[in-house]
Each structure stands twice: as structure tokens, then as C-alpha cells.
Ligand binder design. Structure first.
Ligand code: SF4
Length: 542
């Protein structure tokens, strides 16, 4: 549904999504292998706003992960609309500077400003909260005038637009073929209250939902683009935040896949207690879900309880991972170092966990305190927030800072030593990949897919198989995959390893952040970031 507010003016709206700061989770080093891929995932939130604006307002959409907004773009616009995550704070403010230099009114919405509006004092308008009555108010204000107001104007959503009334995101405004993965949203909000997470405060604890029909219509829209990502990521905060709704929706997704010959694979984020939901797991397998991101955070059950994440420790963690793997889904995992419960032994236990879990991709990062979280409040009260931009985290750890950062370095070095990484991939071949459903090959045999496969295959053979210093271990794993007929695994291992190993090398050389989602350069406020896989990407993680 579009905005119903009647407008009298025509406003040209330039939507600009900022570039990401490089991180483990953006896979940026893998793009050159993919032939034309330039960015991680379409920005779901800004595409939604673009679709919601009055029909008579022309919209131009620029994702600066693909190409920078030009002077001509700014000159064309009456209004510049920006959205982004905390990790993009510098880039957000840079777009604002460029818009205002061009004499245009600059408007900011999205998760970062909703969590920390004080970071954005120089924007002309701030839209705080999700789409809702504030969005309509903003439309009214811009309809009245696009002159820059003398003082900042803030509009804040009190009444959210139900997800069932969300318009289809404006996928037609972005070239989906330029993205590594696609994005889709079914629900918003999460019932849990993990101490470090801002989701419950920002999006509520009662997950709100789209209808299955809405979801399928969005998939149809995505399918209309001749070249699109093979994997669509559900950006929901927690895919099983409302289990009944997930259970009711999945048969529709399965039916859509069958009807269309399984053109897509899916991924999502969920809490580890997904492992206790065999019915949901079976339907996810049938719908061709291949990856689940889980914020495991720590292998220590007591530490999980201390951060109010005891729901992840209901079953032994390794058993839960094994269960999810047995339904064909690879687990990727968020890990946090620097928790109050950490001791010198935590590092050793974490490295043992990495090996024992056989999870290939783990985003290991330092604890960060986010505004609007119980963690932030607790640390603020006890004087344990530190906004020194020279530090890798805004948390005063209980262990010495240097020891925590050194432990982080040793942990990522261990996890992404090529031998260890490819050993974990080899384990996945039998424990996970062999359990995926066989999809009809015919639907995959498009010219675009063949071309993409050839480009990727050539680049992996050249850059990973021939030129990399870990080619020997890559070929050992590739032989294992080929012996099992798992060609897709060769491609997947190639591009994931290429990014992870290179990014780790850069991080160890001090060229990247120890805090996965932190911003290295100075920002006007805490550099706190959520700990999830998508926190730096688009929305969130369970
Ligand atoms: S970390 Fe995940 S499970 Fe915990 S509150 Fe946030 S979204 Fe929910």
C-alpha cells in the first residue's frame, strides 16, 4: 500500500543508501569472483520507503555500494532521503553533507537514527522508528516545503503501519544482479530480550507479520528480473519469533518453489531453539533453506544466561547445530568476546568450540554496547562505557582491554587458518550438504545462471585454485566435494574462503576492526553495533 496522504506538490526524491564499512559479513573480497556483483544485499528498508512514497513523486534510487550518487543526482532531487545502520554513520553523514552542499533538504530514517538520533544533529529531518504515522507526517511536511528548515525537525512513529499493509519493496529500482544475495522480510520484532540487542526496543517483542500472499507476490516480483541472486535472505529479526506464523507460512513457500521449479534458495536468522522445531525444520528443508544464521554468542551456557540468552542453551549447543545441519542447513554463527563472564580460559574454549562445531563461517567480534539496550543502561550506570574512538569497543571489559583484543586476534586467526576452515567445510559435505533436497535442474539452466557459473568457476580456479597461498588445502576440499558430486559446494567454499581468509589477514594486520561492526574512524558518539550477521548489512540477527 502506498501512502494515502493527499499531496499537492510534485517532489523528486533521491534515495541514497550508504556504502558499508568492510566486514567479515559483507563478503566484499568475493565480489570480483562473481562477475558484476558489487554489493551484498538490497537495502530492504529504503526500498520499502521508496515504494511507500506518493505515486506522483518520482523516485531515483542510488545504492552507494554499487555506484556513488553523482552531482547530477543531487541536482535532480528536491529531497534526499538516507537510511542506514550504525556501522554506516560516517557514510550517512557524508551523504548529508553532499546533499546540503547541493542545497537540498536531507532526511534520515532507518535503524541507526532510530537507535541514536543524537548522532545526526545536522540532518534537516529525522524520521525515528518504523514506517507509520511519522512517515505520513514527513510526507505532509515535504509536500508543504522542501526548503531546508531553520532547525532540525524530528518525526517519530507512534503508530506503526502493520506489515500486512506494507507495499512491495521497490525491487524494480535496483539492479538485483549486482547483489550477492537478495532480501525479503516476513516479520519484524523478536520476543526475547538479549542484553546487548536493540531489536526489542526498536521493533517490539511481539513479532508483526506479512501475509503469505504478500511474501509470494514479492518473490514473483524478484523473479521477474532476468538475472537475480540465487539466494534470498529473510531479514527477519528472528525467523521463528512467532513459530505458529512461520509454521503457517512455510507450506506456501514450499508450494511456490514447486510451482516455479525451485528457482531460489533461502537463508534466514533464527534462535538456536529452532533445533527443537522438527516440523518447521522439515518444511524449511523442503522450501530449500540452505543457511541459518544463529547468534550463538558463546559456547558457555552460564555466560548465555548472564546475557539473557539462555534460550540458546536449552539443548547442548553442538547437538542443536547437528540437528539443523541434518535438515540440510549450514549454520553460520555470531560469537562475542569481552563478556563480563569471560576468563583467560574463554579463548581456549571458543577455539575448541570452533573446531567441534564445524561451523565454517563465524563472525567473531568484540562486545559492543548499543543505545537502547539493557547492556547500555547497565554499563552507563556503572561508568563502563568508553567512547574513545581509538578503542575497538565502547565497553570497558572486566578483563584487560589488550588481552581481550589479543584473544580476538588469536581466535580469528585460528578460525580462518585455511586448514581449519576447509576441514570444517569438508565436514559440512556429509553432515549438511548431503541432506539438501534435490531440486529440478531444468529451472536452474538459464543462460544467466550458466554464465554466472562459468565466470565464478573460472575465477575460483584462477584466484583460489592457482594463485592463492592456500590452494593446496582448497583442492583437497574441492576433490572431496567433487567425489560426492557437490559442485555447488566447490563454488561456495571458494568464494566464502577467499573473503574470510583475506579479511582475516587484513584484520590481523590492523587494517580492519576488532569489533566486527565498529567504525574505525572517529564518530560523534559510541561506535556501538549489534552483534548479528546482518547488523552491518541491512536489518538484524537472532
Ligand atoms: S539477539 Fe536475536 S534473539 Fe536476542 S533479542 Fe536480539 S533478535 Fe532476539
Amino acid at each position: 500500500m502506498r501512502c494515502k496522504i493527499p499531496v499537492t506538490s510534485k517532489r523528486r526524491v533521491l534515495c541514497v543508501f550508504p556504502a558499508y564499512t568492510p566486514s567479515f559479513g559483507t563478503f566484499a573480497h568475493a565480489y570480483p569472483l562473481m562477475g558484476g556483483v558489487k554489493a551484498f544485499m538490497p537495502p530492504q528498508g529504503l526500498l520499502l520507503i521508496a515504494a511507500y512514497l506518493p505515486e506522483s513523486w518520482p523516485v531515483r534510487f542510488v545504492d552507494e555500494n554499487i555506484a556513488r550518487a553523482t552531482g547530477a543526482d543531487f541536482a535532480w532531487a528536491d529531497v534526499v532521503l538516507v537510511s542506514g545502520m550504525h556501522v554506516q554513520v560516517e557514510q550517512i553523514n557524508d551523504i548529508r553533507r553532499r546533499a546540503q552542499s547541493a542545497g537540498k533538504v536531507a532526511v534520515l530514517g532507518g535503524p541507526s537514527v532510530s537507535g541514536a538520533p543524537e548522532w545526526y544533529a545536522e540532518f534537516d529531518y529525522l524520521h525515528i522508528g518504523e514506517m507509520g504515522d511519522a512517515t505520513d507526517r514527513l510526507v505532509t511536511l515535504l509536500d508543504e516545503s522542501v526548503a531546508r528548515p531553520p532547525r532540525q525537525i524530528r518525526v517519530e512513529t507512534q503508530e506503526r503501519l502493520p506489515l500486512s499493509e506494507f507495499p512491495q519493496p521497490a525491487y524494480d529500482k535496483v539492479p538485483l544482479k549486482r547483489y550477492l544475495i537478495g532480501s525479503l522480510q516476513f516479520s519484524s520484532g523478536c520476543p526475547y530480550r538479549c542484553e546487548f540487542c536493540d531489536i526489542p526496543a526498536l521493533y517490539g517483542r511481539q513479532p508483526r507479520l506479512k501475509t503469505p500472499d504478500q511474501l509470494l507476490a514479492e518473490l514473483d516480483l524478484i523473479l521477474r528480473q532476468p538475472v537475480r541472486p540465487a539466494v534470498i535472505y529473510f531479514v527477519d529479526d528472528n525467523f521463528i519469533g512467532n513459530r505458529k506464523a512461520t509454521r503457517d507460512m512455510l507450506p506456501h513457500l514450499v508450494a511456490w518453489q514447486k510451482k516455479n521449479g525451485y528457482p531460489l534458495q533461502f537463508a534466514c536468522e533464527a534462535t538456536l531453539n529452532l533445533a527443537q522445531q522438527p516440523e518447521i525444520l522439515a518444511m524449511m528443508q523442503e522450501a530449500n533453506f540452505i543457511t541459518v544464521f544463529v547468534g550463538i554468542e558463546t559456547p558457555d551456557a552460564d555466560a548465555l544466561r548472564s546475557i539473557d540468552k539462555g534460550h540458546n542453551a536449552k539443548l547442548p549447543i553442538l547437538d542443536s547445530i547437528e540437528t539443523i545441519n541434518s535438515y540440510g542447513m549450514e549454520v553460520t554463527s555470531g560469537i562475542i568476546l569481552g563478556l563480563d563472564t569471560d576468563s583467560p580460559e574463554s579463548e581456549v574454549r571458543l577455539r575448541e568450540f570452533v573446531d567441534a562445531s564445524n561451523v565454517p563461517v563465524l563472525t567473531i567480534n568484540l562486545l559492543q554496547a548499543l543505545p537502547k539496550t539493557p547492556l547500555w543502561e547497565r554499563l552507563e550506570k556503572t561508568g563502563r562505557l568508553d567512547h574513545d574512538p581509538g578503542l575497538e569497543s565502547n565497553v570497558r571489559f572486566l578483563m584487560p582491554y589488550d588481552e581481550v583484543v589479543a584473544a580476538w586476534k588469536r581466535c580469528i586467526a585460528h578460525a580462518y587458518t585455511p586448514e581449519h576452515l576447509f576441514t570444517r567445510f569438508i565436514h559440512q559435505m556429509d553432515s549438511t550438504y548431503a541432506n539438501r533436497i534435490k531440486v529440478p535442474v531444468r529451472s536452474q539452466l538459464t543462460l544467466a545462471n550458466l554464465r554466472r557459473g562459468l565466470v565464478l568457476g573460472f575465477n575460483i580456479a584462477l584466484r583460489v585454485g592457482l594463485l592463492s597461498d592456500y590452494r593446496r588445502v582448497f583442492w583437497r576440499a574441492a576433490r572431496e566435494a567433487l567425489r560426492r558430486g557437490q559442485i555447488e559446494a566447490v563454488f561456495n567454499m571458494g568464494f566464502v574462503a577467499h573473503h574470510m581468509i583475506r579479511f582475516t589477514q587484513e584484520a590481523l594486520a590492523g587494517q580492519q576492526n576488532a569489533s566486527f561492526y565498529a567504525v574505525r574512524a572517529e564518530v560523534p558518539a559510541p561506535r556501538a553495533k549489534r552483534q548479528g550477521f546482518l547488523a552491518a548489512i541491512n536489518r538484524r540477527a537472532a
